[in-house]
Ligand binder design. Sequence first.
Ligand SMILES: [Zn+2]
Length: 201
Amino acid sequence: MPYGFFPVALAALAAAALPSRPVLVESAGQTTALARKLVLERIDAIAREGHCSAQFGQARIDLDRVRRTALRTRFYNSQGPEGNLRFSEVVGKAASPDGRLRELSRSLTADAFVLGYQEGSGYVRTKHVVLGRGYFEQPDSREGSLRPTTGEEKQALLLHEVLHIALDVDDDDLTRRRLCPLRLLAFCRRGAGGSEAAGSE
Ligand SMILES: [Zn+2]
């Protein structure tokens, strides 16, 4: 196919020359779709279970608001291709240093965290959540080995991050409301098994 070859080769070159950002954004779109699905399942389960939704009501947390926030939050897998995205590309604000999500994730002990920045005397939480290694793997009971996190652990961690955004509060406040992942699981237990997902931001 001598006539077909050249244009195809040119097209391949043109594609290679394009910036990788659209690909990364598309990849993050998949991460977002998956994470949203998981956290919305959790929120719906809480809403359905009377005891659980009562606990949220007592803590003055509007589950509809949490649901709306989850639908507007974007999630990034720092361990995958979108880990190459820089803070400024995701948040749309200049940063110095303008770290890549992978680097930011490595520099924190959190399993997941909300991207935010200082503005004047206040701290601005964005609707961008970075998923660190701890979202995907946790230490096994056997020393040194790792096991994949369970769906339940992922849901608890995602919900914790969405609560940071929906309520605009830090970990101290979430802990005061007894809403750290471990306690969420304790009073809204579904199935067996504790979570090692503490230490999130
Ligand atoms: Zn937190």
